[in-house]
Structures are given as C-alpha cells and as structure tokens.
Design a protein around this ligand. Structure first.
Ligand code: S3P
Length: 188
C-alpha cells in the first residue's frame, strides 16, 4: 500500500460543538491509536488560551499558529498512528486541507444549529461565539454556510445531533473500515 499515512491516521473536522474532541479521544482508544487535539496542542505549546491568542493577535495570528502545527503534523514531526481533532476553522485554508488530507482519512462531524448552540452555549472559550445566543446563532449560520463545502469534502461525514459519543465512534469505525478497504484496493 503506497498511501500508508492516510490508511493509518484519522483526522476529525467539522464545526464547533460537533464533538470532535470527545469523539476523537474515544475513537483513538477504540482504535488503539494516539490522540492529538490541535487546539489543546496550541495552548500547551504557547502557554496561552485560544481566547488569549485571538485577543492578542487576532484571528489571523491564531490561523498562522494553527497552520504551523498542521504543517508539522503532515511532516510527521508530531508522530503517526494518530487520531487528530482539528479546530473547526482549520480547513478554511487550502494548504491545511491538502496537508490534512495527505495525513489521514478525513472524517467530518456535524450537528444541527440548535444542538450546536446547546453544546457550545454555556462555554465561554470560543472567541468566535462569545456573544449573545441570538448573535451566536447568526454567526453559526453564516460560518456554516461558508464552510459547508469544505466540511462535506471528507471521506466520511456523520451527523452527531442525536447520537452519543459511543454511537458516533461505532459509526466512524464501520465507515473507516469501508474507506480503508477502498484505499487498499486502489493501491494494490
Ligand atoms: C474555531 C473553532 C475552535 C477553535 C477556535 C476557532 C473555528 O475549535 O479552533 O475557537 O473557527 O471554528 P473547536 O471547533 O474545537 O471548537
């Protein structure tokens, strides 16, 4: 099989509140892989919260730091045999999309706008959604419209709205199996 990295690693993308971190951690355990959350790695490395990075340098500064970690990931500098959860906006930049697609099977998680609001509602750690609920709803709808095409362009897409973490993990495992069989066959 030529496409070794893609067959081993898994990348979870999708909008804020879709469950990437919780599902990523559980999926890594279920598959016997390591787990890396890019937002958590950025906070660990910089010693700053995502909120602080946005406050100090704006969204562009955060995107540059995010792109840097994705570049290192794709250069195999952060290890392999990984499930990686990336922040919801990581796939906005084309260069990141290319690198992530080369690194692993792309899995997109989604949830309805109501469920997204419910999940992110009480947490104040997302700078793009730190307004009133009505304003957050508008932001979510606008960002989803903009990002929808790139979220859809994944190997596997799962709507997590009414599913538990365990159920999402089971579905991803089943779908990954099929994708990997296809990958292996296409490289024989
Ligand atoms: C963002 C999503 C966040 C975080 C940052 C920006 C986005 O990650 O990277 O606040 O642009 O959608 P989660 O998707 O893990 O909340």
């Amino acid at each position: 099989m030529r496409d070794g990295k893609k067959a081993v690693n898994v990348v979870l993308t999708g909008f804020m509140g879709a469950g990437k971190t919780a599902v990523g951690r559980a999926l890594a355990t279920a598959l016997g892989l390591g787990f890396l959350d890019t937002d958590a790695a950025i906070e660990r490395e910089s010693g700053l919260t995502i909120k602080d990075i946005f406050a100090n340098g704006g969204e562009e500064r955060f995107r540059d730091i995010e792109s840097d970690i994705i570049e290192r990931l794709s250069d195999n500098k952060l290890g392999s045999g990984l499930v990686v959860s990336v922040g919801g906006g990581a796939v906005i930049r084309e260069v990141n999309r290319k690198r992530l697609k080369g690194f692993g099977c792309m899995v997109c998680l989604s949830a309805s706008v109501d469920e997204t609001l419910r999940r992110v509602g009480s947490k104040k750690n997302r700078p793009l959604l730190s307004q009133s609920e009505a304003a957050s709803r508008e932001t979510i709808e606008a960002l989803l419209k903009e990002r929808e095409p790139v979220y859809q362009d994944c190997d596997v897409c799962i709507d997590t709205t009414s599913l538990t973490v365990k159920e999402v993990v089971e579905r991803i495992k089943d779908r990954l199996q099929a994708v990997r069989e296809g990958l292996i066959n296409s490289h024989l």
